[in-house]
Design a protein around this ligand. Structure first.
Ligand SMILES: *Cc1c(COP(=O)(O)O)cnc(C)c1O
Length: 395
C-alpha cells in the first residue's frame, strides 16, 4: 500500500463487534477487569488506551518503525527520549535547533548532570569532531528550522553507530509522508504532532517512533511511568487529522514551490531558504533522503524593519509561532520560536532578525501570492529610502 492509501485504510477499532469506521474515543480513565487475578489488555489509560493504541499503531507503520508512543506534546516526547540518558552522558545536537528543544537541553537537563554540545550538523567534519567519549545521543533536525539547512542523515547515523550513540531525528518539518529517518539508519524519530501530522492547529501532541525492542521497552517505561501520554480525545483528533496528511502535504508543498519561485523574483527578497533552492550539494542530499521540499519557506530582506512590515501587512498568513497547519502562517523566528533559546547558549548558527518564515497552508496559491505581493508593496511604501539603501548592494 502507498502512504496515501494506508493513511485512510487501517483497522479503526480492533475487535469491536460493530466495526466503526472512525475510531471511537475511549474516554475512560480505567477499565474493569475480569477478576482480581487476571488483567485484560487495558487497565488504566495512562498505561494504555484503545484510541491511543490505534493512533500509535498507525504512526509506527507510517514512520517505518515497530512501535510508536504518543505524548501530550512534542516536548514531552523529546523529554522521554532524553530519559534514556544518565548523569554524565552528553548530547550532541545540531545547532539550528527548535528553540524549545534547546531550552530543554540547556536549562533543564543540565540540572540532571546531562551535558549538551551544539554543532553545525550540515558540516560533517565539525560535527564529528564534537563527539566525545560521553556522547550517548546525537540529535538532529533536517531540514533545520527555521534556516532549512539540510543534514545528511545516513553518514550521521553511521557516526552514531561507530561512536556507540543513538541517533534521534526530529522529523516534524517533513512528516512521515516525505521522509522516514529510521530507513536511513536513525534509531529514534520524534515528531511534534502539533504540526503537519495534526495539521489543523487543534491539538498539541508528540510522538516517539523506534524499531529496536529494547529502546521501545525503555520508552514505554517512561510513557507509563512519568504519565505524559496523549489523552483519548486528543488521540482521536490526531488520528482524524492524519487521514488527510498526504493530500494536505501535496497541496501545501506545490503552493510552497510557487511561493518560493515568486520570492526568488521579488526585488525586496535578498535570500531564500528552501531545500530545493539551496546549494547543489544540500539540495542533492535532501532529494536523496526526502520525497519533497515541504511547505515551510523562509526568506530574508535587507532590514528587520522591512521584514516586520511585510509580516504585519499580510492578511491570509496569520502571525503564529507554529507551522504545518491548513491555514498559512508567518513569523519572525528570531523574535518568536527562537526566543526560547536561553541567553548564554552560544550557537554558531545565527538566525537573522530579517528572517521571515512562512508555513504554507491549503488556501488557493493565487490568493497567497497576492497577499504576499500586497504585503511587500505596503512594506515598500512605508519603508524610508534610507533603510532601503542596502538593497543597492545586493548581488
Ligand atoms: C513545535 C516543535 C517541537 C515541540 O513540539 P510541541 O508540540 O510544541 O511541544 C519540537 N520540534 C520541532 C521541530 C517543532 O517544530
Amino acid at each position: 500500500m502507498k502512504a496515501s492509501t494506508r493513511l485512510v485504510h487501517f483497522d479503526a477499532c480492533p475487535n469491536d463487534p460493530y466495526r466503526p469506521v472512525a475510531t471511537p474515543i475511549y474516554q475512560t480513565a480505567t477499565f474493569e477487569q475480569e477478576s482480581a487475578m487476571e488483567f485484560g489488555r487495558y487497565d488504566y489509560s495512562r498505561s494504555g488506551n484503545p484510541t491511543r493504541t490505534v493512533l500509535e499503531t498507525q504512526l509506527a507503520v507510517m514512520e517505518k518503525g515497530t512501535r510508536a508512543f504518543c505524548f501530550a506534546s512534542g516536548m514531552a516526547a523529546i523529554t522521554a527520549v532524553t530519559r534514556l540518558l544518565r548523569p554524565g552522558d552528553e548530547i550532541l545536537a545540531c545547532d539550528d535547533l527548535y528553540g524549545g528543544t534547546c531550552r530543554l537541553f540547556s536549562r533543564i537537563l543540565s540540572h540532571g548532570g546531562i551535558g549538551v554540545r551544539y554543532a553545525d550538523g550540515s558540516n560533517l567534519k565539525t560535527f564529528r569532531s564534537e563527539i566525545g567519549p560521553r556522547t550517548r545521543l546525537i540529535y538532529i533536525e533536517t531540514p533545520t528550522n527555521p534556516l532549512l539547512r539540510v543534514i545528511d542523515i545516513r553518514p550521521v547515523a553511521d557516526l552514531a553507530l561507530r561512536s556507540g550513540a543513538l541517533l534521534c531525528v526530529d522529523n516534524s518539518m517533513m512528516s512521515p509522508y516525505l521522509q522516514n529517518p529510521l530507513d536511513l539508519g536513525a534509531d529514534i524519530v520524534v515528531h511534534s504532532g502539533t504540526k503537519f501530522l495534526c495539521g489543523h492547529s487543534d491539538v498539541t501532541a508528540g510522538i516517539v517512533v523506534v524499531r529496536d525492542r529494547g529502546i521501545a521497552d525503555a520508552i514505554y517505561l517512561v510513557q507509563n511511568g512519568e504519565g505524559a501520554a496523549l489523552g483519548p480525545f486528543d488521540s482521536y483528533l490526531l488520528l482524524r487529522g492524519m487521514k488527510t496528511l498526504a493530500i494536505r502535504i501535496e497541496r501545501q508543498q506545490t503552493s510552497a514551490q510557487r511561493i518560493a519561485a515568486f520570492l526568488s523574483e521579488h526585488p525586496l527578497v535578498t535570500r531564500i531558504h528552501y531545500p530545493v533552492c539551496a546549494d547543489q550539494r544540500s539540495s542533492k542530499i535532501h532529494s536523496s533522503q526526502a520525497r519533497g521540499a515541504g511547505a515551510v519557506v523562509s526568506f530574508e530582506t535587507a532590514s528587520a524593519d522591512i521584514s516586520r512590515r511585510v509580516v504585519e501587512s499580510m492578511r491570509l498568513f496569520g502571525i503564529t509561532v507554529s507551522f504545518g497547519s491548513v491555514t498559512s502562517s508567518v513569523g519572525i523566528p528570531a523574535r518568536m520560536s527562537h526566543a526560547s533559546i536561553p541567553h548564554g547558549v552560544r550557537l554558531s548558527v545565527n538566525v537573522p532578525e530579517t528572517l521571515v518564515r512562512l508555513s504554507v497552508g491549503i488556501e488557493d496559491a493565487d490568493d497567497l501570492i497576492a497577499d504576499l505581493s500586497a504585503a511587500f508593496d505596503s512594506a515598500a511604501r512605508h519603508t524610508s529610502c534610507a533603510s532601503l539603501a542596502p538593497m543597492a548592494a545586493r548581488s
